[in-house]
Design a protein around this ligand. Structure first.
Ligand SMILES: [Zn+2]
Length: 193
C-alpha cells in the first residue's frame, strides 16, 4: 500500500491559509512538500519568514519557479532565471538547496520533458517532479470536500504505487477541508511518508 506524500503548490501566500495548513499537518505529525514561487517569497519580510518557518518545521521547500508562468515556451535564458533565482532565494533563506522542480501547470514536464527545462533542471541538480493524484482543489467550488469521492477513488486506483504524491494548493478552502482528507486516508489505512 502506498505511502502518501502531500504537496502544496503556489505558496507561501496567502499566509493565513499556509498557517492553517501547517497547524493541521503538525497535529497529525505529517511533513509535506511545498512548491513555492520566488515572486511570492520575495513579497515581504513576512513571506520570507514563512518560508524559513516551513523549513524549520521539517517540511521540504521546493522550487516552483519565480513567476508561475509556463516555462515550456520560454527561451533557455529565461527558464534559467525563473528556476535559478528561486533556487538561490530558497537556499539563502533555509540553508537547503531544493532538490525538486515542479514546473508551473506541469508544463514541459509530462512525458519526455521539454529540452530547455530538462537542461536547466540538470544544471541545478533538480528532479522534475509532477504528482500522482491531482485534487483539482483550485477548481470551483474550491477545496477538497466537493471532490473527496473522486480523490479517494483515484487514490484507491493507484494504491500499489510505492509513494503517492497528492497535489493541493495553498488556499483557505483547502485548509478548511484538509482534516477531512486526512481522516478519509487514515480510515483506509494509509500512512504518510
Ligand atoms: Zn502552481
Amino acid at each position: 500500500m502506498s505511502l502518501i506524500r502531500f504537496s502544496f503548490d503556489d505558496g507561501p501566500k496567502p499566509l493565513g491559509a499556509l498557517t492553517s495548513l501547517t497547524e493541521i499537518l503538525k497535529g497529525h505529525h505529517i511533513l509535506a512538500d511545498f512548491y513555492v514561487n520566488g515572486v511570492e517569497i520575495a513579497a515581504s519580510d513576512e513571506t520570507r519568514a514563512a518560508v524559513r518557518k516551513l523549513h524549520k518545521a521539517g517540511h521540504k521547500v521546493e522550487n516552483h519557479a519565480w513567476t508561475h508562468k509556463s516555462l515550456k515556451p520560454m527561451p533557455i535564458e529565461q527558464v534559467r532565471k525563473e528556476v535559478g533565482d528561486t533556487q538561490a532565494l530558497i537556499e539563502k533563506l533555509t540553508g537547503r538547496k531544493p532538490t525538486r522542480l515542479r514546473p508551473p501547470f506541469g508544463a514541459g514536464g509530462f512525458g519526455t520533458p521539454d529540452p530547455e527545462l530538462a537542461a536547466v533542471a540538470k544544471e541545478y541538480d533538480l528532479a522534475i517532479t509532477l504528482w500522482h493524484v491531482d485534487t483539482r482543489d483550485w477548481e470551483s467550488p474550491r477545496g477538497l470536500k466537493p471532490k473527496l469521492d473522486k480523490i479517494m477513488k483515484e487514490v484507491e486506483r493507484q494504491k500499489h504505487k510505492p509513494l503517492m504524491d497528492i497535489l493541493m494548493h495553498v488556499q483557505s478552502e483547502t485548509a478548511k477541508d484538509l482534516e477531512l482528507l486526512i481522516g478519509s486516508l487514515k480510515k483506509k489505512g494509509y500512512k504518510f511518508g
